[in-house]
Design a protein around this ligand. Sequence first.
Ligand code: SF4
Length: 266
Amino acid sequence: MFDRFNRKLNYLRISVTDRCNLRCTYCMPEEGIKLFRHEDILSFDEIAGFTKVAVANGVTKVRLTGGEPLVRKGVTTLVRMISDIKGIDDLSMTTNGTLLKQYAKELRNSGLHRVNISLDTVDPEKFKAVTRLGNINDVFEGINAAKSAGLYPIKINCVIKESKDEEEAKAVTRFCKENDLEIRYIHQMDLVMGHFSVVDGGTGGNCSLCNRLRLTSNGKLKPCLFSNIEFDIRDFGFEEAIKRAAELKPRCGSKNETGAFYNIGG
Ligand code: SF4
């Protein structure tokens, strides 16, 4: 499918939960968040059913995000359900890596191809300060487990303030070189203020080439991260929601006053 600006929309990002086991300072308030009601969260059948219709409309690339997708109970079953859909060339997950040691093998066996892992520092104390709850050794063990399981490539998402020449980013860059990992630098973004930029080493944030649709864990289909436009797939139905999202995808992002990174999945 194409939008009004002739952009091919073949990439669906699915947030499977708004919950997370970390509290990163640039993403979540320390006290936590008002979580979606259980009944508002899409079931696996709804997510897989919607993805099937999206694939029939041209989606070939699917990424599972959160919150933290691995805190969603039974997520490997969902991976299996999605990987069974014919027409998906690329099935990936963005995770904070702290639970990967536990799930990497099962994810790979369920059909996941690759992972992006968030890591903004390799300093244990700074990691603790940024995530408020995390232990960096869990991430290191998660990276090793992903390698052993054959998830490939493994990309590191490194959030930066201004530049990849910041001390923490340079240390993460060295770590990636030493460990055969790809790295992408993501500038801190502000949804409400509309501050975003192109991901260094990736394709995100380049509106002229944007191929993305996003499904939130409570069933809102968003044609753009930096926009308030969204269509409830339970109200509109899968096909109609996709049609409207493609028709009304903005030429470029502006502001998003309704959502948050932890419930859209970045
Ligand atoms: S701001 Fe919107 S249009 Fe631009 S790259 Fe992000 S999602 Fe795509």
